[in-house]
Structures are given as C-alpha cells and as structure tokens.
Design a protein around this ligand. Structure first.
Ligand SMILES: Cc1cc2nc3c(=O)[nH]c(=O)nc-3n(C[C@H](O)[C@H](O)[C@H](O)COP(=O)(O)OP(=O)(O)OC[C@H]3O[C@@H](n4cnc5c(N)ncnc54)[C@H](O)[C@@H]3O)c2cc1C
Length: 382
C-alpha cells in the first residue's frame, strides 16, 4: 500500500457531533483541520436534544426544531420543569458543523499519536495537535443507555401525553412491568409541528434492557393509554455506552463522548460537546493545553461525583428508582441544572447528591452511601 502524507494544524479523528463541533470552531480560529472518519458523508439520523441553556451562542437558534418551555416529568406524580428543552434539527446541525474548508479523509484511523494519525488506507496525517473524537464503544462491561422509539403524528400521541407538551421522563408503570423489573420510562418529545417521538428508555443499565423488551413495553404502554400507532411508524433505536473507554494519562487529547463529556447518569453529551468546543479550539489556537482547559480539578471532581451517581443508579433497587427521581425533580431548578449540566461546580453536584441522600428512606440511603465504594469502569481524565 502506498503511503501518502497530509498535514494540517489539527487532525480530528471522528466526525460525530463532537469532532465536527470542534473542527468548526478550530476553523473559526483560523486553524486548518483534517477530519478522519470512515463515513464522513453519512447522514445523521439520531434525534438529538439538549437543554436550551447548554447550546452555545455561536449556533444559530434555528438549530432547535422544537422548544419545550416546561417539559413534564412523572415520578410519583406529575411535575413540570422550569427549564427549556430543545429537540435539535439533526440535518441542520450536521450541515452547520460541515464547514466547506474542512478537509475530510474517508478512512478508519488505526493508530494515533500526539501528532500523527495512521490510517487504514495508508494515509499518514500529521498535525500540531491530534484529537481523538471516536465516540464510545460498547463492551459487555460498559454501562449503556438503550431506547426504542416510534415517530407518530401528534393526534396519535395525544393520549400518551395527558395534556402535556412533552414527557422528559414518565416513570409510570403502565408499560407491562412488575415490581422488581428493571425500570424504563417514556420519553415523548415533539420533533416538529406535526410529529412526536415516543420512546421507551432504559436510562442506564449494565447490562441495559434489550431493545426488544423496550419495544414490547412501549406498545403495552401506548395500548394502555389508547395511543394506537400505525404499524409502519418510523422507528428510532438507541444504544450507546455512557462511559468512555479507559484512557492513558496525558497522551492524546480526547473530546466528546470519547473524552468523558457524556453525563453517565443521563447519557447526554451533545450539549456539552457543543458547549466546550470553542474553549478547546481556542486553547489549541493559542498554543494552550485543551485538556487542562476542559478538565480543571473542579471538572475532574464533578466527573468523579457523576461516576458515583452512575453507580448509585446501577445499584438502586428497581422499585426505588421512581422515588429517587421524584426526590431529584423536587429539588430547586438551579440544583437540578447544576447536577445535570454544570461540569465545573463540584460543590453544587455534591450538594445535590447529599440532599437526595438525606431525604431518602434508610434503605435507599444505604445504597447511595455504598455507591462510591463500588467498582466503576475507570476513566482517566487527567
Ligand atoms: C438514536 C440516538 C439518540 C440520541 N439522542 C441523544 C440526545 O438527545 N442527546 C445527547 O446528548 N445524546 C444523544 N445520543 C447519544 C449521542 O449520539 C452520543 O452521545 C454522541 O453521538 C456522541 O458524539 P461524539 O461525536 O462524541 O461521538 P459519535 O457520535 O459516536 O461519533 C464518533 C465518530 O467517530 C468515528 N470513528 C469511530 N472509530 C473511528 C476510527 N477508528 N477512525 C475514524 N473515525 C472513527 C465514527 O464513524 C463516528 O462518526 C443519542 C444516541 C442515539 C443512538
């Protein structure tokens, strides 16, 4: 195989939302970028959503195809959240993150070093900075989120919504589950003025609930509510690891889900990657260390606490999960926001965890207190 050499200021491996967001911001900072991905032209199909306050100012507001000002939660009763949630227009997001000066190499990277990438097609790409944005991989040990969803028109979805605009989480057990079953919830969001996504979701599991079981639960739930979906409804399948692969300290800068930006207790990473892309790009442009910028002590503290939170979720008795979320969503909005989205305020994250523990029954408290001492998939953010 003939080897050819290509060079750029920044070489980004992985063209998902994180890799492309970083590439786009690097270009804004006058850096040349090569992006290596085996399928750079593949159309994104996932329904991405994020809290409106997570979206960076450099993204035009039209990127949100719908805005839900007060999404609803059912956890031991209904409540609404005082925080706007956005479903993103995936194709617009993809095109906004596809700057025309971005150079793509359509191949798989097989070996990465600090300043070069060796590709399966023989290309050797050299850059001042190499970024690993290859996302996560699923292993039998990784905690995963799974979901099975269908897209229906609003009138069909109506009975499942009980008058709400959207369910961020609906933990009611009218989905055919029984006491002791690993729980799943209904996520129901408008995709546009016509269509709704109704998705039965396993927030996190090790192992997660299989898609076939989530499909079964979704149909039982919808039948129970009188929401009869056409058999040919479009389907969305979700399965990804919420944990990055264990890393080697201080070698290659990792970004996005690969770099630990996924909140392991919720599975969200797109908002964080969009939000952090400019900071990382700016550090690269000014000769700084993007790893240091993204992972000060406070961020590493938050990440450690979130891993404890993940352990708590994975070890909670299934019958206590709904009560756990009832406590969480009873917290003041600023505390919910801090836990869900603030990557750098370890004290605020810890405060939320202590509040939930303090208000939980003794049995739940014991599980939560043991969570820090259970083994996690080790992630090195240093
Ligand atoms: C249906 C669905 C819905 C989702 N909804 C949400 C949501 O609402 N909000 C949210 O925050 N998250 C959501 N997620 C999770 C979200 O998809 C991921 O967290 C997100 O894609 C991570 O972005 P990333 O760019 O870090 O990695 P990825 O999107 O996984 O991108 C990694 C890229 O790296 C490339 N790659 C891999 N290996 C190599 C290699 N060796 N060489 C070169 N390139 C390589 C891949 O081709 C891919 O393009 C959803 C996931 C699914 C499946």
């Amino acid at each position: 195989m003939t080897s050819r050499i290509q060079t750029a200021d920044v070489v980004i491996v992985g063209g998902g939302p994180a890799g492309r967001a970083l590439a786009t911001r690097c270009i804004t900072h006058d850096l040349s970028v090569i992006l290596v991905d085996p399928h750079p032209s593949r159309t994104w199909t996932a329904t991405y959503a994020a809290w409106e306050d997570e979206l960076p100012a450099w993204l035009p507001s039209e990127v949100a195809s719908t805005r839900i000002e007060r999404p609803s939660v059912w956890a031991e009763g209904a409540t609404t959240l005082n925080r706007t949630y956005c479903v993103l227009n995936t194709s617009l997001l993809q095109s906004l993150l596809s700057d025309s000066s971005l150079q793509f190499i359509a191949t798989k990277a097989i070996h990465l070093t600090r300043d070069s990438v060796f590709c399966a097609d023989g290309t050797h790409v050299v850059g001042s900075v190499v970024v690993d944005a290859r996302g996560t991989t699923i292993t039998p040990r990784s905690a995963q989120q799974t979901a099975f969803g269908i897209v229906v028109n609003r009138a069909t979805a109506e009975p499942a919504l009980d008058g709400n605009d959207a369910w961020f989480m609906d933990w009611r057990q009218d989905n055919g589950t029984h006491a002791g079953d690993q729980p799943s919830f209904l996520y129901a969001v408008p995709l546009d003025s016509e269509r709704m996504l109704l998705e039965e979701t396993c927030l996190v599991g090790r192992p997660p609930i299989p898609l076939s079981e989530l499909k079964r639960r979704l149909h039982i739930r919808l039948d129970n509510r009188g929401a009869i979906a056409p058999e040919d409804s479009a389907v969305e399948r979700v399965r990804f690891s919420v944990e990055p692969p264990p890393g080697q300290r201080g070698t290659i800068f990792r970004f996005g889900a690969r770099g630990g930006l996924t909140h392991p207790g919720t599975g969200y990473s797109v908002g964080a990657a969009l939000n952090e892309a400019d900071l990382a790009a700016s550090a690269i442009a000014h000769g700084g260390d993007p790893q240091r910028e993204l992972w000060p002590y406070s961020a590493r503290g938050v990440a450690a606490l979130r891993r404890v939170g993940l352990n708590a979720l994975l070890t909670l008795d299934p019958d206590d999960v709904e009560a756990f979320f009832a406590k969480f969503f009873a917290l003041p909005a600023d505390q919910q926001r801090a836990y869900l989205s603030d990557r750098r305020d370890a004290a605020a994250t810890a405060k939320v965890m202590v509040s939930i523990m303090a208000s939980s029954p003794r049995r739940v408290r014991k599980t939560l207190m043991a969570a820090p001492f259970r083994r996690t998939n080790p992630v090195d953010q240093d």
